[in-house]
Design a protein around this ligand. Structure first.
Ligand code: SAM
Length: 357
């Protein structure tokens, strides 16, 4: 975990308070309006999940990357500036991700600065939860509204087989703290893999019996180097059929715009169950997201290799207007939808740990 300089913090505060310049919204060539920015605040992670961490990367390699390329990662000041410029273009929702966002020291400071930007209504974070326990209060106080915790097994031995690191008890403790903290939105992300954790579907659903939690089952997505196989893929349709052998599910009505998850509830239970069918029933037609990588590149699509690097411009005195033009160009290049799984496996795209999921 690297230090965040006190000089940086002081300048960040100035940056967060700077006025937002309102300009035309971010609409791509297919008429999709973009209101959601996902920001990877680090490309480092304290887990090695088999489906996410690139199979070729060793701990040694990530350690040298850490030491050699600190300057490659955007500072808080730079992240806040991009967020502020995006707010002026109609972005109202920001989610911090990674790598593991809580590996970045001082994260609540960044949350507080982003939450202050006029026009930003929700600030979320997706975390593996290992370090969450000690940060819940500070994050909530700083203005974090939406918290997603990734957890693929409720069994600690299986957790370790998937994540290749211990930490299950820490995640469970973090989840408990988060439930007590009263986040307006609290979700569990479960990547379901056939033959790996599909026998736990109903155990996860049971968590929604008395807790205002959304458990979201996510289809396993292919990336170069993530050991994806057709055999391990399970569609949301199959997940739902398995769950409905034990309990019935009723649709939750009144979706907001751009729902990525189909949402259900077991009648009478408090929480909800979501299915994210990125592969079998993609929701590209209503996609409203853009992504900023930890090293400052803007991606208009998780699965599209194209990106526009903002880092040099953030550091060479370019104006906000110039940044706006680059962001607009990234959105303009967004494809209508992502290619099928077989093609994704062959694509020279970044890995999830770089892009931030
Ligand atoms: N470290 C944080 C975490 O674990 O939540 C944030 C980054 S992680 C890349 C964001 C999300 O992407 C997690 O919920 C993770 O389970 C999901 N993810 C990673 N690789 C995936 C894959 N191949 N298919 C589906 N979801 C994936």
């Amino acid at each position: 975990v690297w230090e965040h300089s006190s000089r940086g913090v002081a300048r960040d505060a100035h940056c967060a308070d700077a006025p937002v310049r309102h300009v035309a919204p971010l609409i791509d060539g297919f008429g999709r309006r973009h209101t959601y920015l996902r920001i990877a605040v680090t490309d480092r992670c304290n887990l090695r999940c088999r489906y996410c961490f690139p199979s070729g990367a060793s701990d040694q390699a990530s350690a040298s990357r850490r030491d050699g390329e600190r300057a490659a990662i955007l500072s808080f000041e730079e992240i806040v500036r991009v967020a502020r410029v995006c707010a002026g273009m109609g972005i109202s929702k920001i989610r911090l991700t990674g790598g593991e966002p809580l590996m970045r020291k001082g994260l609540p400071i960044l949350v507080g600065q982003i939450a202050k930007i006029p026009g930003i209504h929700t600030v979320g974070m997706t975390t593996n939860g290992v370090l969450l326990r000690n940060h819940v209060g500070a994050l909530r106080e700083a203005g974090l509204t939406h918290l997603n915790i990734s957890l693929d097994s409720l069994r600690s031995d299986r957790f370790e087989r998937i994540a290749l690191r211990p930490g299950h008890a820490d995640v469970m403790a973090g989840l408990e703290e988060a439930q007590a903290a009263g986040f307006p939105s609290l979700k569990l992300n479960v990547v379901v893999m056939d033959g790996v954790n599909d026998d736990e579907l109903i155990d996860f659903v049971r968590l929604t019996r008395s807790s205002a939690l959304e458990v979201r089952f996510i289809e396993y997505m292919p990336f170069a180097d993530n050991q994806w196989s057709n055999a391990a893929f399970m569609s949301c349709g199959r997940m739902q059929a398995i769950i409905e052998r034990t309990v019935s599910l009723e649709p939750v009505l009144g979706e907001g715009p751009s729902p990525v998850a189909r949402r259900y509830r077991v009648p009478g239970w408090v929480g909800t169950v979501g299915f994210i069918a990125s592969m079998s029933d993609h929701f590209c037609g209503s996609c409203n997201r853009i992504r900023l990588t930890a090293d400052g590149s803007l991606k208009s699509c998780l699965f599209h290799p194209a990106e526009i690097g903002l880092r040099a411009s953030l550091r060479d005195g370019s104006s906000d207007r110039e940044l706006e033009e680059m962001i607009r160009a990234a959105v303009a290049s967004k494809p209508a939808h992502h290619p099928p799984a077989e093609e994704l496996l062959r694509m020279d795209n970044r890995t999830m740990i770089d892009i931030g999921g």
